[in-house]
Design a protein around this ligand. Structure first.
Ligand code: LCS
Length: 403
């Protein structure tokens, strides 16, 4: 698929069955099988020895054709404009991808991590990673100077880990600047691209070495499965991650991979609408008297709007967070009175979801650190769906009580 470069075409075509598919299947089939039979003992032995002429598949914890179809679609989308060949690995959840990547690529060293990460990523880094041989330094990675200082202070940094835009603060990290700093110190930059998706942002083009995803979100798009992915261009590094995936066992099952691949087919169309709706709602909220602050990279008032324009493409995604004048109580009233917006965690589904980060997705981050990172008690997060935007605004207007 290298000759096609648009996300629209790649989203629809990448990972289609090969022309020599035995049944000429038009859509990637679900290979719902745990194991694969060998034509001969020699073919099985060669497969285990990773020698040419061996069987292509052994066992579905190692790989599976449906997972590989998904992996080639994600690699094609994240790899647009990257000189080297880009590879993707599918996982059973975003957390499986993130923890496996961290253990494989930073084990025995240090991770400089963003202070406001998705709650479970933060939790893993703070509570589990040190016991597994990974030291962690949390810094405000939206400040390139803070990253530089953390890298200068420690001589064992193996990875800088960021979310951009970050969940739920919608703050950005300058991927080009941070990758330059990481590379100077011999470290890798890993970016969680779940919020932007490869439709709006290609971290590998901006210097990141690894990209991780919760495919549960926009790549699936319909809220029908949990999954993750890791993407990179260094074959040795990807091989190491693949071996960790084999032994930790966090690969995705065939049916979930198929759901993700099916979702990716409409990624471009959905992201267009998510972003257009979010831009309208963000400006509307920004003018609403009950709203104190709106965080959306597409707003000119976003402190990093210039960086957003440089780093993000075709729009700024479908996620918004905002604070209400009335703080936590006003947030509760809003979240409990909307009808179209479901009160639920997760994000990136075709329908709109609303939730309260401080008591839900980010509750496991200590309060002080949460506040310092900008996750206040009154912050409300909205995953804007693809419904008619006027009806979404009417729902929010009703929920806010006036305006
Ligand atoms: N990275 C980001 C940015 C996320 O938002 C999430 C999940 C993950 C990784 C982990 O992915 P998972 O293992 O769930 O597939 N975020 C969630 C959220 O904001 N609400 O519920 C889950």
């Amino acid at each position: 698929m290298t000759e096609y470069i648009s996300p629209e075409t790649l989203a629809v075509h990448a990972g289609r069955p090969p022309r020599d598919d035995p049944y000429h299947a038009h859509v990637a089939p679900i290979y719902q099988t745990s194991t694969f039979s060998f034509e001969s003992v020699e073919s099985g032995a060669r497969a285990f020895a990773r020698e040419e002429g061996g069987a292509s598949h052994i066992y579905s914890r190692l790989n599976n054709p449906t997972g590989q179809a998904l992996e080639s679609a994600i690699a094609a989308l994240e790899g647009r404009g990257v000189e080297a060949e880009v590879m993707a690995l599918s996982f059973g959840s975003g957390m499986a991808a993130i923890s496996t990547v961290m253990l494989a690529a930073a084990g025995g060293g240090r991770i400089v991590a963003q202070d406001a990460l998705y709650g479970c990523t933060h939790d893993f880094l703070r509570d589990q990673a040190p016991g597994l041989g990974i030291q962690v330094t949390f810094v405000d990675t939206t400040s390139t100077e803070a990253v530089a200082e953390a890298i200068d202070t420690h001589d064992d940094v193996r990875m800088v880990f960021v979310e951009t835009p970050a969940n739920p603060t919608m703050r950005l990290c300058d991927l080009e600047a941070i990758s330059g700093l990481a590379h100077q110190a011999g470290a890798l930059l890993c970016a969680d691209n779940t919020f932007a998706t490869p439709y709006h942002q290609r971290p590998l083009v901006h210097g990141a070495d690894l990209v991780v995803h919760s495919t549960t979100k926009y790549l699936n798009g319909h809220g029908t499965g949990v999954g993750g992915a890791a993407v990179g261009r260094d074959p040795e590094l990807m091989d190491r991650i693949r071996t960790f995936r084999k032994n930790l066992g966090g690969i995705a099952g065939p049916f979930d991979c198929w759901l993700m691949l099916n979702g990716i087919r409409t990624l471009a169309l959905r992201m267009e609408r998510h972003a257009a709706n979010a831009a309208r709602i963000a400006s509307w909220l920004d003018k609403h008297p009950a709203v104190l602050r709106v965080h959306y990279p597409g707003l000119a008032s976003h402190p990093q709007h210039t960086l957003a324009r440089r780093q993000m493409e075709r729009g700024y995604g479908g996620m918004i967070s905002f604070e209400l004048e009335g703080g936590y109580d006003a947030g509760v009233r809003l979240m409990e009175s909307v009808e179209l917006c479901s009160l639920a965690v997760s994000l990136g589904t075709v329908d709109t979801l609303i939730q309260h980060p401080a008591s839900m997705t980010h509750a496991c981050i200590p309060e002080e650190q949460r506040r310092a990172a900008g996750i206040s008690e009154g912050l409300v997060r909205l995953s804007v769906g693809i419904e008619h935007v006027d009806e979404l605004i009417a729902d929010l207007r009703r929920g806010l009580g006036h305006g």
